[in-house]
Design a protein around this ligand. Structure first.
Ligand SMILES: *Cc1c(COP(=O)(O)O)cnc(C)c1O
Length: 583
């Protein structure tokens, strides 16, 4: 492709993108394909000869698009938003064209310097203390853009591990670093993202996953208790990962409570993970949620979640940059340059050497919208979430199970888990909406997140209509109508509903860690069985043998009648009379 072809194809691509976006509301949210669909459509070998651009684009339309989940669709309410906006897309185009690899200042000075400047802008807009702002007087901290929140947590834990090892070495200077690893123990709550557990696994340290209070907040009592026990056993608490805006229910740890506990220990690093919620702190009225941030050693938030910046853009600030780089610096001669001492070399702030020019998109977005435009965007999502919450609260069949402060509403039918699971499965299978489940206080819940940039009240009303229609159909017809019998959900089929991962009942029972259920980013759906046969439908003693119970309903089905009684605390007269819709 020469530059003239690029010029015309590039313009065509912009047209294609505009058409894609305009046409989104007419599409299913999730694709209607089976795993492996694409292998049948594409050749097994790469083409030897160059192909025509038009043919490639035809295949995009015919073969790729039918397998795309439309994260920017107005009916997409799963996970958290996947940041996206025109200024951000344009910035990424430019960044790709510049194509620099900004690992050091010298490797592309603007790439490094713009990153420092926008991280200061953004950090100040959020309300981070001056210690985190590179340009603030006397500050030893600063910000860096990482690929993901998981990486922010990993490098923070790495810095913490290094700090703890240096501390322990003071009394044992001759002991090798790795000999201290078995002593180190970190803490987070059950609400924390699974990336904390993963980081501990990578870094070979122990992690205690503590029980939060009834609001999903980690409190000092639980933390103190665990730390005291560990210290009695000769272990060294070295890291706490607190959470502001948890993935499963958008709950907030109490930093004012746990911050002082961490500071009282000789070498605890307090990290604050606010991947989603942190972006909202640019609104003055939400800064109260950041109370206690002065106790933190590091803080992360993802503009690629909730600030209209495309993936990847995950912002990490540290209070002491030397502690971070101290854990990561290796300095071979070929990477040194004349200005090494005066300039930031971001390769020492993270794992990869190579870095994209990511600050461009954050800079474009902040400038094009202005902080006021971004605040308006955040406030609109919150307003719509509260509106959705009010609709749920008006319907006695449902309950809201989280404290709705930002854009996430967790709700459920007042009915056993299996009924809720079936409701979500049928809604997702309809292709009209997409939501994912999670567990809140040991109950299966459905997460509704406002995600589209220009979401409006009608989208929320539409979503609620789809949800209530499915609920009425499910609750009203199961005991009496045969049409609603759903065929057994096999592992193959269940992938369509959960699409990232699913397990069978058998696998679920066998698996020791159920932590994936608490992780809103990893939906699991318990399928009836591994195979297409349904032999496993016999044993229904386990509440988590969910969907199987409802698959074959007969008029005198005890299991369902029991569900209805539990749900509405009414005595069914006879199965035929059960209406179950909002008595
Ligand atoms: C989404 C999320 C993560 C993981 O983010 P990645 O950037 O995908 O690694 C971590 N923590 C919280 C609180 C999240 O919401």
């Amino acid at each position: 492709m020469d530059i003239e072809e690029f010029r015309s194809r590039g313009k065509e691509m912009v047209d294609y993108i505009c058409q894609y976006i305009n046409n989104l509301p007419n599409q299913r949210v999730t694709p209607d394909v089976e795993p492996g669909y694409l292998r049948q459509l594409l050749p097994n070998e790469a083409p030897v000869d160059p192909e025509n651009w038009d043919d490639i684009m035809k295949d995009v339309e015919k073969k790729i698009m039918p397998g795309v989940t439309h994260w920017q669709h107005p009916g997409f309410h799963a996970y958290f938003p996947s940041g996206n906006s025109f200024p951000s897309i344009l910035a990424d185009m430019l960044s790709d064209a510049i194509g620099c690899i900004g690992f050091s200042w010298a490797a592309s000075p603007a790439c490094t310097e713009l990153e420092t400047i926008v991280m200061d802008w953004f950090g100040k807009a959020i309300g981070l203390p001056n210690d985190f702002i590179t340009s603030a007087k006397g500050s030893r901290g600063g910000g860096v853009i990482q690929t993901s929140a998981s990486e922010c947590v990993l490098v923070s834990m790495l810095a913490a591990r290094n700090q703890a090892i240096q501390y322990l070495k003071k009394n044992h200077p001759d002991v090798e670093d790795n000999m201290f690893l078995p002593k180190l123990v970190g803490y987070c709550s059950k609400e924390a993202h699974s990336c904390v557990e993963k980081a501990a696994k990578i870094l070979l340290v122990q992690i205690r996953i503590l029980e939060p209070d009834e609001n999903g907040s980690l409190r000092k009592e639980a933390l103190l208790d665990a730390m005291e026990k560990d210290k009695e056993n000769g272990l060294v608490p070295f890291f706490v990962s607190a959470i502001l805006g948890s993935t499963s229910s958008c709950s907030f740890d109490n930093l004012m409570d746990i911050g002082p506990i961490c500071k009282a220990e000789p070498c605890i690093w307090l990290h604050v993970d606010a991947a989603y919620a942190g972006n909202a702190f640019i609104c003055p009225e939400l800064k109260y949620l950041l109370a206690g941030i002065e106790y933190a050693d590091s803080f992360n938030t993802n503009p690629n979640k909730w600030l209209l910046v495309n993936f990847d853009c995950s912002c990490l600030w540290v209070k002491c940059r030397m502690k971070l780089t101290g854990a990561l610096v290796v300095d071979p001669l070929y990477l040194q340059h004349a200005n090494s001492d005066e300039a930031i070399d971001y390769r020492h702030w993270g794992i990869p050497l190579s870095r994209r020019f990511r600050s461009l998109k954050l800079w474009f977005v902040i400038r094009k919208y202005g902080l006021s435009g971004l605040q308006k965007y955040i406030r609109n999502h919150i307003k719509l979430a509260k509106y959705f919450e009010s609709l749920v609260r008006k319907d006695p069949r449902f309950e809201v199970v989280n404290d709705v402060r930002l854009g996430l509403v967790c709700f459920r039918l007042v009915a056993p888990d299996n009924v809720n699971q079936n409701l979500l499965a049928t809604i997702n299978a309809s292709g009209k909406l997409h939501m994912i489940p999670s567990m809140v206080r040991d109950k299966y819940i459905i997460r509704f997140c406002v995600t589209a940039e220009n979401a409006v009240q009608e989208d929320v009303e539409h979503a609620w209509k789809v949800i209530t229609e499915h609920a009425s159909e499910l609750l009203g017809s199961i005991p009496v109508k045969k049409e609603f019998v759903r065929p057994p959900l096999t592992r193959q089929k269940s992938k369509r509903f959960s699409f990232t991962r699913s397990v069978s009942k058998e696998m679920y029972k066998r698996s020791k860690s159920k932590s994936n259920l608490y992780d809103g980013a990893t939906p699991i759906l318990v399928a009836d069985s591994d195979e297409e046969n349904e032999n496993s439908k016999k044993d229904n003693d386990d509440i988590l043998e969910t969907l199987a119970n409802i698959t074959v309903m007969s008029e005198d089905d005890d299991v369902f009648n029991k569900d209805c009684e539990d749900a509405y605390r009414i005595q069914p007269q006879s199965p035929k009379e059960i209406a179950c819709n909002g008595v």
